[in-house]
Ligand binder design. Sequence first.
Ligand SMILES: [Zn+2]
Length: 267
Amino acid sequence: MPELPEVETIVQQLNKHIVGKRIQSAQVLEQKRVDKSIEKAVPSTVVRAWRRAKAIIMELEKKKYLLVRLGMTGHFHYAPKPESLGKDEKFAGVKFYLQDGSVLSYTDIRKFGSVRVLNEARLQKELAQFGPEPLGKEFTATKFKEMLAKKPKANIKVTLMDQNFIAGIGNIYAQEALYHAGIDPKRKIGTLKVPEIQKLHQAIQQVLRQSIAHNGTTVKNYVHIEGSGGFQKYLTVYEKTHCPQKHLITKVRMGGRGTYYCSRCQK
Ligand SMILES: [Zn+2]
């Protein structure tokens, strides 16, 4: 599932290809997960696009907002001409036809994602549930320590994936950050020492930034608008058999999710 770096990559590309352009018409093809009323929200220029947690927000004119959640397999295709869209277009949930003749389509084969059109109040309500952005200025090591101090009994890995606690981190980056911080994912938060928390804070920001620089991680089906991610080459434990130090990786299930770690590098 796309996490912060993957969604950030897509947002950067939406800024490059779509923002400032005018959507002439929209065609909703899948009404369970995509609001039919999007068709009536256009024509409109796309004023801006940004990311909050794992959600994409595109602002239209008159304070209307498209809120896109990619779910497991949601992705966009952008083509200068409608004919050049890819072959999975028969699964498209919505197509946006731009004034310059190009087309942006949203496709979600497994249908866990959604595209909603919201007014400002409803958008704010949707976004208010998320914890701080891990790459935001407010997310300092001190702040992280304070946040963790409220949950001494909780498990560190499960908590890192809790979107209300901290936004945008999922199964891949929680595991990668814990490896770089040398912390066993089975630890309870209350057992973490201050230097470990500082190291984890740094590791979270580092793996997210590095992954964004490589356009995210493609392990199963994530694609951004211009192709696949490149950070999978730099993964240390996620779906690996050996860590970078050549130790054997252990796999356990935590909160229903496969969790990989090195019992020698992570204590
Ligand atoms: Zn190791």
